[in-house]
Design a protein around this ligand. Structure first.
Ligand code: DGL
Length: 264
């Protein structure tokens, strides 16, 4: 393994680009390759075995492309499959999990909200984390039904998204949460709309920055950080559906990033 090899990142679709942005900002000398498995989105409604198999497929494609580390930029894939991935492949894996801990520690009302997919909310890893960090806290869980599909369709602030999201937020209004944890890498794209719709004292937390910091720490511990003096490499994005939404969310056209269709 050499430090000039790329960081491989995958998600069920375009949402993990919210994590990619944090990694790219923190580690600009690193070459990044992003796989959007949009053809199979949403993962959150699928049986666990299927989520595991899709995660294996994405991992193998990234390894074929020379990834030195793999970032599972999907809460659903992390909470349901990262254990198997770590057991089956030699490369280091970074996962993303809902940031329950900081929300539980800082909540004054002792009532926090979590918005995530069904796959994440029903996973063993999530319930273990929640039991551990939020034992004395009221955790209001809401399944973000339909949100991934709308974001995949590029509907981030459409009228449809707005009314759908408002309906989903009802349990958070009723329970007077003071922290909202975003447990899906697609949802950071909804932060501007969430800020508009939620009471202004509600603090929104996502895990993007923490994942980027962890990626840096693990690369460093394995002596795999790219040379800081290396010319800034161009990020590459691959999708197995129409590249349009991926191009828009990453600003690929104005930034000169490569976005390609790939059958994987
Ligand atoms: N971005 C994925 C996550 O973080 C979305 C899951 C899905 O495709 O349902 O969970």
């Amino acid at each position: 393994m050499s430090n000039s090899q790329p960081i491989g990142i995958f998600d069920s679709g375009v949402g993990g680009t919210s994590i990619w942005k944090e990694i790219h900002e923190l580690l600009p000398a690193e070459k990044t390759i992003y796989l959007a498995d949009s053809k199979n989105a949403p993962y959150g409604e699928k049986p666990i075995e299927e989520i595991k198999n899709l995660s294996r497929k994405n991992t193998e494609k990234l390894l074929e492309m020379g990834a030195k580390i793999i970032v599972v930029a999907c809460n659903t894939a992390t909470t349901n499959a990262i254990k198997e991935l770590r057991n089956e492949y030699m490369v280091p894996f970074i996962g993303i999990e809902p940031a329950i801990k900081p929300a539980a520690l800082n909540s004054k009302s002792k009532t926090i909200g979590i918005l995530a997919t069904r796959g994440t909310l029903t996973s063993t890893l999530f319930s273990q984390t929640s039991d551990f960090y939020a034992r004395n806290i009221n955790v209001v869980e809401v399944e973000g039904r339909g949100l991934v599909e709308l974001i995949e369709a590029g509907e981030i602030d459409s009228g449809h998204m707005r009314s759908h999201l408002l309906g989903l937020l009802e349990p958070f209004f009723m329970n007077k949460i003071d922290y909202l944890v975003l447990g899906c890498s697609h949802y950071p794209y909804l932060i501007p709309l969430l800020k508009e719709l939620l009471p202004k004292e509600v603090v929104i937390i996502d895990s993007g920055e923490a994942v980027a910091r962890q990626t840096k720490a693990i690369l460093s511990a394995n002596n795999l950080l790219a040379q800081a003096k290396q010319a800034h490499p161009i990020p590459e994005f691959f999708t197995n559906t129409n590249p349009k939404v991926l191009e828009n969310l990453t600003g690929a056209i104005s930034m000169g990033y490569k976005v390609s269709y790939l059958d994987f």
